[in-house]
Design a protein around this ligand. Structure first.
Ligand code: CO
Ligand code: CO
Length: 323
């Protein structure tokens, strides 16, 4: 809906605007000079976990992720806060403490922000990052022959739903929280190091939704092998029980016509491929000859749950899921 409204407004054009909001990109990029371009982005949402300090960390990691997805380095961050004035200020303090922790971990500076009185808590960051104007990465550069990687396991949406329903134990919840709160910094540095062709972060549209955007932006066919995709095994168990968030059905409806699912694909595993992620990993397309080095670079930087999940082929833009 937002995309449609934005398209009806007169576009902003400038020779230095390298990436604007016409593309389904993660952030905008503006070239300052031959060496430097700015990456700017904003993201915020309602609490997805009970503990305020973790919510703060996850929301900040998610906001920073769009800079990492484009191969940039976060420089400055601003808080954006909605908070009810009758609510305990300690909660807000914890949220902001969590956010600040992640900004520091990203090597960026928290320099201000804005808050409004609102009945529903929301938190996130606006982030300014830096990237070389010729070396930024978008979801439009995937080429036939590339190998696809996903750097975090899927299933955090399903686990969040299980937590809300009181079905997940503390360990499972904590495992999902750690996945969501992890920065995509190391994965981003690894992909820049090897010269990845394309990348995006997996968030609300799920792996298949974001893969479809990459296929369309790059005008290629993405082939994903469901069994190779890293998943949180507890999420798979909840999917088997039919515990799937409402939003995931929207992702299924959105993708159905353009994603080709082989009939042998396990249905529960498929549910995870559609699962809306909060602060998910990077979907990265790397040249085949760099695939091995990329995986080594990921491991070297502690991104242990990353996996090769498929490849890119010549053909009409679509996504094919094989067993
Ligand atoms: Co993104
Ligand atoms: Co975003």
């Amino acid at each position: 809906m937002l995309a449609e409204i934005l398209q009806s407004l007169p576009p902003f054009e400038d020779p230095n605007l390298l990436v604007g909001f016409e593309a389904s990109s993660d952030a905008a990029i503006y070239k300052l000079n031959e060496e430097t371009a700015l990456i700017v982005t904003l993201d915020f949402f309602t609490p997805i976990v009970d503990e305020p300090v973790w919510f703060g960390q996850i929301a900040a990691a998610n906001s920073l992720s769009d800079v990492y997805a484009m191969g940039g380095r976060p420089l400055l961050a601003l808080n954006i806060v909605c908070f009810p004035k009758e609510e305990d200020p300690e909660i807000l303090k914890e949220i902001l403490r969590g956010g600040a922790k992640k900004v520091r971990e990203a090597g960026a500076l928290l320099v201000g922000g804005h808050s409004v009185d609102d009945p529903e808590i929301k938190y996130g960051l606006s982030v300014v990052g830096l990237v070389h104007p010729e070396r930024y990465i978008t979801n439009a550069g995937a080429r036939p022959g590339d190998v696809l990687f996903l750097t975090k396991p899927l299933g955090t949406g399903i686990i969040a739903t299980a937590v809300k329903g009181g079905l997940a134990d503390k360990n499972v919840e904590e495992r999902a929280i750690r996945v969501m709160a992890a920065l995509n910094r190391a994965a981003s540095e690894a992909m820049v190091e090897v010269g990845a062709h394309a990348a995006t972060d997996v968030t609300g549209f799920g792996l298949l939704g974001h893969a479809l955007e990459m296929a369309q932006a790059s005008k290629v066919k993405l082939v994903i092998s469901a069994s190779q995709v890293p998943v949180l095994k507890e999420a798979l168990e909840f999917a088997r029980l039919g515990l799937v968030p409402e939003g995931d059905y929207e992702n299924i409806r959105f993708c159905e016509k353009v994603v080709e699912i082989s009939p042998e694909v396990d249905k529960d595993r498929l549910a995870l491929l559609y699962d809306a992620q909060t602060s998910g990993g990077l979907l990265v397309s790397v040249p085949r000859e760099k695939a091995e080095t990329f995986y080594e670079e990921l491991l070297k930087r502690g991104v242990f749950e990353a996996a090769e999940i498929g490849h890119v082929e010549l053909g009409p833009p679509k996504v094919i899921v094989t067993p």
